[in-house]
Design a protein around this ligand. Structure first.
Ligand SMILES: NC(=O)c1ccc[n+]([C@@H]2O[C@H](COP(=O)([O-])OP(=O)(O)OC[C@H]3O[C@@H](n4cnc5c(N)ncnc54)[C@H](OP(=O)(O)O)[C@@H]3O)[C@@H](O)[C@H]2O)c1
Length: 326
């Protein structure tokens, strides 16, 4: 495993996204269950993963419960991140929600408490009062944001008056917006970009094709439409070519590309130990500059109809984080 450093704490460049655990829309309860989830989280820790990312939203707290159970008697340092669902992002509510997350996680403090997505209806200053309260109460060592633009991130930090150390954003070879400023800012200021959906929710694995697409939380993801799959195919093909040279899989190369960027760590989700182990092993892959260039060239050509992409952006916050459990 390779690590980034934050105040002397080691952050694995490959973390574990925990949305899958407790979330029916990802096949939890059918394809895999609580035992598998606990085993995946434990295996991740054994392999040197220190970053675990969950949220109160995932499985309506079920993910936090599973993570809490899995880490209960783990003595090595971990970097535990959760997220606040910002429907009412005011200090009292934020503190109460953070405390409830901590109860489910069976911890006294988080390492990172993140605002899950922007809420434009509540003044940003009020939301930052909430994060300040969480820090002051010692409920989290650091705070972060998610799905924030660069300007909103910087403004939030100014209002908080202390570092907002990370921005968790969608970042994969098909969705490279963070390369337009966010990564540069993070690397200049020693902040972090936490890349979610780094495998484009599996679209970069090369496993899906017309007529064989996933349902559940991904059923509205335009990357799995006929058009999306066709548009992504050259990128997947480029991943396959680079993968062949490394004896790796397209998914592993997709992750290796992201962690080759400064101050970026990835949090792929996994539904089996095999997926987890493959994702962790990607941390050891070092891409040559010409391989990165080849992947970028293929990705530059990726285009879907503007309408579909706009719909994706619009529905993004809801679809990406929303639970589908009843
Ligand atoms: N902040 C936010 O708004 C936000 C939004 C979304 C996600 N997240 C976080 O980011 C994490 C990851 O994002 P994500 O779950 O959306 O997408 P992802 O990590 O890109 O995709 C995960 C899915 O890809 C497939 N997969 C995983 N490893 C694989 C491998 N080695 N080979 C082939 N397929 C593999 C699995 O699904 P199949 O096997 O079924 O294909 C898995 O469930 C989440 O768990 C969550 O913690 C945050």
């Amino acid at each position: 495993m390779r690590y980034l450093e934050l105040d002397g704490v080691k952050l694995s460049v490959v973390g574990l996204g925990c949305w899958q655990f407790g979330e029916r829309g990802w096949g939890y309860g059918q394809e895999f269950g609580p035992k598998d989830s606990l085993a995946i989280i434990r295996r991740a820790l054994e392999l040197g993963v220190t970053v675990l990312d969950t949220a109160e939203l995932y499985g309506w707290g079920a993910s936090e419960g599973l993570v809490g159970a899995a880490i209960q008697d783990w003595d090595e340092p971990i970097f535990l991140a959760s997220k606040f669902l910002p429907l009412m992002p005011v200090p009292g509510v934020m503190e109460a929600h953070c405390r409830r997350s901590l109860e489910r996680l069976d911890r006294t403090a988080l390492d990172l408490y993140q605002v899950h997505f922007p809420n434009p209806l509540v003044p940003l200053g009020v939301q930052m009062d909430g994060l300040r309260r969480v820090l002051k109460e010692g409920l989290s060592r650091h705070v972060g944001v998610s799905n924030f633009s660069l300007s909103r991130w910087r403004r939030a930090e100014r209002l908080l008056g202390s570092p907002i150390i990370s921005n968790q954003v969608r970042y994969n070879l098909l969705q490279r917006k963070p390369e337009q400023g966010l990564i540069d800012f993070a690397s200049r200021t020693s902040h972090l970009i936490i890349a979610y959906s780094p495998l484009a929710q599996g679209a970069l694995s090369g496993r899906y094709r017309k007529g064989e697409v996933p349902a559940g939380v991904r059923k509205n993801n335009p990357l799995f439409t006929d058009e999306g799959l066709a548009a992504a195919e050259p990128v997947v093909e480029s991943l396959r070519e680079v993968a062949a040279a490394h004896g790796a899989t397209p998914s592993q190369i997709a992750l290796a590309y992201l962690i080759a960027q400064p101050r970026v760590l990835v949090i792929p989700g996994a539904k089996s130990i095999a997926q987890l182990e493959a994702n962790v092993a990607a941390a050891e892959i070092r891409l040559a500059p010409e391989e990165i260039l080849a992947l970028r060239r293929a990705a530059d050509l990726f285009q879907m109809s503007k309408g579909r992409m706009a719909a994706q952006m619009l529905g993004g916050f809801l679809r990406q984080g929303e639970p589908t459990t009843a």
